[in-house]
Design a binder for this molecule. Structure first.
Ligand SMILES: [Zn+2]
Length: 223
């Protein structure tokens, strides 16, 4: 994969399928659709809530949060007061819940946030919170099903538990046969280039701290 593709600045590695609901790289899309038809036999309507996401979309999330235009949470899920945060605290608050532009696994097309349409009440607003996937949650059945079967289709949970970087994301699955190769192709240098050429807020601080942020928020996953 090229540096532009790995940082979400090109989508030439992405196919769109599943009636437009899925945007992923070819092998991931194939595995997901196979798993989807298998899940259907157990009454689960597996759907991608979010799949490929480009650099600019990630940058917009980052800049909105940096300006305090979106709510910010601590790793424990506590709402934070934007006006009281130092720049360092602000960056940590953003990165606990949103990836660094250029450093999102969603850029690769191998990672999918999964939901079950059949378990959602009409007009249900998906929030992607851990409790939706836990006991009594709307996606509890989906989570149990995926825990049992997803691995045999090649998927694993990179954010299974909080390891001091990205918070627990039980909805986020990654297609290991491709993503384990891509994380090796990825490097701090290609993110540095992507960020340097962007209109990212707080760019100077992020670039200064990039080696530390890269280790903590990009490389730090559950294998
Ligand atoms: Zn995700």
């Amino acid at each position: 994969m090229t540096p532009l593709e790995l940082t979400g600045r090109s989508d030439s590695h992405i196919v769109r399928t599943d009636s437009g609901a899925l945007a992923a790289e070819h092998f991931t899309a194939e595995a997901f659709l196979k798993m989807k038809s298998y899940a259907a036999k157990d009454g689960i309507h597996l759907q991608a809530y979010s799949s490929y996401r480009g650099f600019n979309e990630q940058l917009k999330i980052w800049n909105d949060k940096y300006l305090g235009h979106r709510q910010l949470y601590s790793p424990e899920g506590r709402l934070l007061d934007y006006s009281k945060l130092s720049e360092e605290q602000l960056i940590q608050a953003i990165l606990s819940w949103s990836a660094l532009p250029g450093g999102s696994r969603h850029h690769w097309g191998t990672d999918i946030d999964m939901i079950d349409l059949s378990s959602m009440p009409e007009d249900y607003n998906v929030r992607l919170l851990p409790e939706e996937y836990g006991k009594g949650g709307v996606f509890e059945k989906l989570d149990r099903w995926l825990e049992k079967h997803a691995e045999s289709f090649g998927f694993f949970k990179p954010y299974r538990e909080y390891k001091g970087g990205v918070c627990e994301e039980p909805w986020h699955w990654s297609y290991a046969p491709r993503s384990k190769v891509l994380i090796q192709e990825h490097s701090i240098e290609i993110i540095r280039q992507a960020i340097s050429e962007s209109e990212m807020l707080g760019k100077m601080t992020v670039l200064e701290r990039l080696p530390e942020l890269y280790d903590r928020y990009v490389k730090n996953i559950c294998e």
